[in-house]
Design a protein around this ligand. Structure first.
Ligand code: HAM
Length: 433
């Protein structure tokens, strides 16, 4: 019996992986423009880290974590908690009062798999620690918007404020009173949520519950003065940067650590899985995890959803690593010659390929086309004896005879110069000639 990947776990194979690389490269480029540094944290963490940060009564912690129960360790369901754990553990706040960090990698949640929802999925996550300045909230949303825009994805930005420990308890009471009057009409989940986490009732997807909460009090009207001022300043910041957004008083988010600003990048093109990215502020979380009392804000973009959107829009998936030169040796002697030449070319940084199966010229040319080779060097048995070979430019089909009886070192230098290589190593080695 064939063994297949687990349900909700996916391979990303050549032909698909190029788009992932494109997404990742764009993200790295944009994160660098905004002065973020990369951090990489382990997949496994103590279960308690996620319970304390994401919240004991959230769906993620209650139902979705991959936990080794006997060891009390869990495969990370998101990046923020791990990143903060590392920030505290390494005293990064001492090194620099404001840290701008990003990470890219797999996360794990035991959800029901469907289009755009996996059990192993990937996030590109960015966090700013050490500042409560509302401009940073606007800047982060602008960064997410810029990344999605540059990749050609259309999303809308929705924003809310969840208040703080000063104003949220009051709103919670007001909301509870409102829910109490309608509790018969709410779904079973909301009946339970109204006891543990009443704000979650506001973003229940059940149409019946949606109808019921239509008239619910708005948290935006129950913010304390500080939160209200912050909320206004974030919006001014967005307007100043020309970032379109709308306010969504029903957005609560499925993680408990948020204070004040929360936001989501929403698409209409992925059915139920509408959030391509999401995040918010968490001003008490670092302290709650045993660190200093520093505020923070961040967001994560789901890579599977982003790639799905790009696949929908893109007619042709970009080609992967184009080969600089394919060396086609015909016959055993020519292949032997090609074998060491290819190695020398690779040492000089050229992306190089050859055939090892003794195939015909026609078939090798086909192979060269398949790997989008920019040049092919054709070495026949007779040509080898005469110290000649044909170098064909596959883009304009021009070809020239070149001398190959000059030692591998000199020949490979010559080819590096001829082929105007794509890799930096090769460019450097060409400059040194
Ligand atoms: P989240 O809303 O749980 O937030 O996830 C962020 C994004 O990850 C979602 O918008 C979605 O694109 C993607 N995502 C989540 N679950 C799945 C899944 N099962 N399959 C595919 N994609 C998924 C967080 O994780 C927060 N840590 C974001 C954050 C960072 N807040 C502050 N800093």
């Amino acid at each position: 019996m064939k063994i297949k990947a687990l349900n909700g776990f996916k391979d990303i194979i050549p032909g698909e992986v190029e788009l992932w690389q494109q997404v990742e490269n764009s993200a790295r480029d944009i994160f660098a423009r905004f002065n973020f540094s990369e951090i990489r944290t382990p997949i496994l963490e103590k279960t308690d880290l996620f319970a304390r940060s994401i919240g004991e009564t959230t769906d993620i912690v209650e139902k979705e974590m991959y936990t080794f129960v006997d060891k009390q360790i869990t495969m990370r369901p998101e990046a923020t908690a791990s990143l903060l754990r590392a920030y505290i553990q390494h005293g990064l706040h001492v090194q620099k009062p404001i840290q701008r960090l990003f990470t890219i990698g797999p996360m794990f949640r035991h959800e029901r798999p469907q289009k755009g929802r996996l059990r192993q999925f990937h996030q590109m996550d960015a966090e700013v620690l050490g500042t409560a300045n509302p401009r940073v909230d606007a800047e982060l949303m602008a960064m997410g918007a810029m990344l999605l825009h540059e990749l050609g994805v259309t999303v809308s930005l929705e924003m809310n404020s969840l208040g703080c420990p000063v104003c949220r308890p009051g709103f919670r009471e007001t909301l509870l009173a409102f829910i109490e009057e309608r509790k018969e009409a709410l779904c079973e989940d909301c009946g339970r949520r109204s006891k543990t986490n009443p704000l979650r009732v506001l973003d229940c997807k059940n149409p019946k519950c949606r109808e019921q909460v239509e008239e619910a009090p708005s948290i935006q009207e129950h913010l304390c003065d500080d939160c209200d001022e912050h909320f206004g300043a974030v919006q001014s910041g967005l307007q100043q940067l020309g970032i379109q957004y709308s306010l969504n008083r029903f957005m609560v988010r499925g993680l408990d650590y948020y204070t004040r600003t929360t936001f989501e990048f929403i698409t209409q093109d992925l059915g139920a899985q509408a959030a391509v990215g999401a995040g918010g502020r968490y001003d008490s979380l670092v302290e709650k995890l045993g660190g200093p009392n520093v505020p923070g804000i961040g967001f994560a973009i789901g890579m599977e959803r982003l790639v799905l959107l790009l696949q929908q829009h893109e007619e042709e998936v970009p080609v992967g690593n184009a080969i600089d030169i394919f060396v086609a040796g015909l016959g055993e002697k020519a292949s032997e010659f090609a074998f060491s030449l290819v190695h020398a070319l690779r040492q000089k940084g050229l992306q190089t390929a050859m055939d090892h199966e003794g195939r015909s010229l026609k078939s090798q040319m086909k192979q060269a086309n398949k790997v989008h080779s920019r040049y092919v060097l054709i070495i026949g048995e007779n040509e080898l004896e005469q110290g000649q070979a044909v170098l064909r430019n596959m883009v304009n089909q021009e070809q020239q005879e070149i001398a190959i009886n000059r030692g591998t070192e000199e020949l490979s230098h010559f080819l590096v110069e001829e082929c105007q290589p794509s890799s930096n190593v090769a460019k450097l080695s060409a400059q040194k000639l």
